[in-house]
Design a protein around this ligand. Structure first.
Ligand SMILES: NC(=O)c1ccc[n+]([C@@H]2O[C@H](COP(=O)([O-])OP(=O)(O)OC[C@H]3O[C@@H](n4cnc5c(N)ncnc54)[C@H](O)[C@@H]3O)[C@@H](O)[C@H]2O)c1
Length: 341
């Protein structure tokens, strides 16, 4: 990393921009503002929200900086290096379309879901590519070092072939459960086909838009399968758990990523009888301590700016999440038929 301090602007000053970290029960950084403030390579110089009360709330916490109620004014008047898009999802593509025309901007850190549909998201990816702008999308678990260690174990087949993933999340596939879908894709790779169903007994609305839950069964190009439960009768029944089964072991991720465990099939005598191998917990290769994935995200964005790289969570994986959701919806409309990815 060189010694520059990158100038940051944030558009949309709500929960994920900053107020999510007001909850003292959270023990790691979740918001863009706290991550940029703690990171030595970035400085927030300008913020924008259409609601001036939100700007006041932000300034109470982060002090005086250049403020705007119209993001186009902020783009015209500031020379920003990195811009976070933290508005409701329906505005991401319009805002990104204006940001890419700014010559100073090197990277965009866009909230997830990137767009309401995979076709809009794909256009956003193309726009960033055409303008040579790095696009990171906040599926922050891709910057968690434990998930990166598991991904490496899968690639090196350290526990044998990955056979299946069972993943349990809560309702709202576009918002809450999209992190779960993304992490399954991160581990298992490209899907071959998908079938699914949409939850009908409880339909969540987020920012006034219907965001249904769903179930999915996916086969991947590497021969593994995933079952995804992205339903609940209320978002307060929150789950984020994955169970990865391998030919020679198992990895479980529970308590929203606070509890990672690794097992191998070993020669132990159990009441199943002799001659069988059973799953025995074993030391994991990852550090099980706290993981500041938002700081890792900013490290990655800066590294991509300086070395012309692609962020670990980028437009391409964000499009794939939206494609999975659209195929679950299509399968539901077609009597749960299987659809090629
Ligand atoms: N990564 C995560 O875990 C996570 C968590 C929560 C939300 N999100 C995503 O972040 C985005 C924002 O969600 P939120 O919960 O923070 O919403 P929020 O409603 O708390 O905040 C959004 C803010 O954007 C402002 N805004 C709306 N239109 C604007 C515009 N054109 N220009 C400037 N400001 C504008 C609103 O006034 C509001 O203050 C959504 O895409 C959501 O899905 C991600």
């Amino acid at each position: 990393m060189n010694s520059s301090i990158y100038k940051v602007g944030i558009i949309g000053l709500g929960q994920i921009a900053y107020s999510i970290d007001d909850d003292s029960s959270r023990d790691i950084i979740w918001s863009h503002a706290l991550a940029y403030t703690k990171h030595p390579g970035t400085e927030i110089v300008a913020v924008c929200d259409i609601d001036s009360n939100r700007i006041d709330g932000f300034k109470d916490k982060y002090g005086d900086l250049n403020e705007y109620t119209e993001y186009k004014d902020m783009l015209n008047e500031e020379d920003l290096d990195i811009i976070s898009i933290c508005t409701p999802t329906e505005y991401h593509s319009e805002i990104l379309g204006e940001i890419v025309t700014q010559s100073s901007v090197k990277a965009i850190f866009c909230e997830k879901p990137m767009a309401p549909s995979d076709s809009i998201a794909r256009k956003m990816v193309d726009l960033c590519k055409d303008h040579g702008i790095i696009l990171a999308v906040n599926y922050m678990r891709r910057w968690d070092k434990r998930n990166l260690a598991i991904k490496e174990m899968i690639e090196k087949k350290e526990l044998g072939n990955l056979l299946s993933i069972s993943a349990y999340g809560a309702t709202a596939m576009l918002t809450s459960a999209s992190h779960l879908i993304d992490l399954v894709l991160f581990f298992a790779g490209k899907p071959l086909w998908i079938c699914g169903d949409i939850q009908t007994d409880f339909i969540r609305k987020v920012h006034g838009k219907v965001d249904p839950g769903g179930m999915a069964f996916i086969k991947f190009e590497n021969g593994s399968y995933a079952f995804l439960k992205c339903t609940s009768t209320d978002p307060i029944y929150y789950m984020f758990e994955l169970d990865l089964l391998f030919a020679e072991g198992r990895i479980t991720i529970a308590d929203d990523g606070r509890n990672y465990r690794q097992y191998i099939f070993d020669d132990v005598v159990t009441s199943t009888g002799s001659g069988y191998k059973s799953l025995v917990e074993t030391a994991a290769k990852w550090d099980s301590g706290k993981n500041e994935r938002m700081l890792n995200a900013i490290d990655d964005i800066i590294d991509c700016i300086e070395n012309n790289g692609t962020p670990k969570s980028n437009g391409s994986n964000a499009v794939d999440v939206l494609k999975v959701i659209s195929l679950v919806q299509k399968s539901y409309s077609n009597g749960n038929e299987t659809h090629a990815f």
